[in-house]
Design a protein around this ligand. Structure first.
Ligand SMILES: [Zn+2]
Length: 374
């Protein structure tokens, strides 16, 4: 242990990378002062922990200064040496949430969903990642560099909402920042699935979103898809590309990359990936038939939106003030999604199971009605 407390101040930077961690060690620092929203790379965090160098956020340092007695930098509280400073304005992340019966069930669900993603060829290599918000400042997520087919419950990581790993032996996915931006922006979001399904990704590399009012399930579960601009994966800039869309969409195409879906459960988030992928695939098949796609009428489409509203699912089309620029079916312009949050009265308050049963019946009725009308 070092006898003196020497702090390096990099609170002017938004990213603490390995280079900074090594500089702190070379300077003989006992702590590094970072800004409240600084992103610390996993390797830098590990390096600092290994060398007993604490991370202190600016807010935490101010509190320490106000303390009556000498306060040492935040002490490490987990295997990764995450100091109390990581808590910032949120409550300190609780590593115990990683071992509750709920957490163990979630880990198993994540593994099952990972295998589904791999079996459906939605992920390749170690691609894709899955997470679940188990507490106000605690998120269980998949590790980096593990195939989604091979996931085991003991592989999972626990991070706080800033991406600091607080439990788990394997380093968390480098894409967790993307998930965390969604959790911070959308209180209803409990689970995120990011993957690279080929047909949806084909849209993402053309900068096009699929048209609407073609298949009822797609309208109800997803509806208008947003497309976010390209940024380098794993960076804070990439994570923030989805922010303008996530309150009014549960699925976003990531330009030249893949997709991200959020939902109330991990399983439901994976369903949305399936619905989008199958939809994009079907559209591509239909485009080869040499005849135009027939659309569901706007009137019948409004019925589907009603079902969606009852389910509490977000859709930009609920905002009637924006209907002129965002008609039920006309959206094919990349990134042209409006930013207005969905109305907060969209929740039925009923359980998801009852909602889904009602949805299946309603969609079936709508399809049968449409067929009979022909
Ligand atoms: Zn990816």
């Amino acid at each position: 242990m070092k006898n003196e407390v020497k702090s390096i101040d990099i609170s002017g930077k938004k990213l603490l990378a390995m280079r900074d961690a090594q500089s702190a060690l070379a300077a003989g620092a006992s702590s590094v002062l970072i800004c409240d929203n600084c992103v610390v790379t996993p390797s830098a965090r590990d390096f600092l922990a290994q060398h007993d160098i604490a991370l202190v956020t600016a807010g935490n340092a101010a509190a320490a200064q106000a303390a009556p007695k000498h306060s040492a930098p935040a002490q490490s509280s987990g295997a990764y040496g995450i100091g109390a400073g990581a808590a910032q304005t949120r409550s300190a992340a609780n590593p115990k949430l990683f071992h509750t019966p709920e957490a163990e069930a979630i880990k198993k669900e994540i593994c099952a969903v990972g295998r589904k993603l791999w079996m459906r060829q939605f992920v390749d290599g170690n691609g894709g990642n899955i997470s679940y918000r188990i507490g106000p400042n605690e998120v269980i997520c998949t590790p980096t560099l593990v195939s989604k087919f091979d996931l085991a419950p003991e592989d999972m990581s626990l991070v706080d909402l800033e991406g600091n790993q607080i439990a788990g032996t394997k380093p968390r996915t480098s894409e967790i920042l993307l998930h965390l931006e969604i959790y911070k922006e959308v209180p209803e979001a409990k689970a995120c699935v990011h993957c690279h399904p080929p047909h949806a990704t084909a849209y993402a590399i053309t900068g096009k979103v699929p048209p609407n009012l073609v298949i009822p399930e797609f309208e109800v579960f997803i509806g208008k898809v947003a497309i976010s601009p390209y940024e380098t994966p794993g960076t804070p800039e990439f994570a923030q590309t989805v922010l303008p869309y996530v309150k009014t969409h549960n699925t976003v195409l990531l330009a030249n990359h893949g997709i991200i879906c959020w939902a109330d459960t991990v399983t439901h988030a994976e369903w949305y990936a399936e619905v989008l992928e199958t939809y994009c695939w079907t559209l591509m098949l239909a485009s080869q038939l040499g005849v135009p796609i027939s659309h569901i009428s706007e009137q019948k489409g409004a019925d589907l939106l009603d079902i969606k509203k009852k389910l509490g699912l977000p859709d930009i089309r609920f905002d009637t003030s924006r209907m002129k620029e965002c008609q039920l079916s006309d959206l094919e312009v990349p990134g042209s999604i409006a930013l207005t949050p969905r109305p907060c009265d969209g929740n039925t308050g009923k359980g998801p199971e009852a909602d889904i049963e009602a949805l299946v019946k309603s969609v079936t009725d709508a399809v049968m009605g449409a067929l009979e009308a022909k």
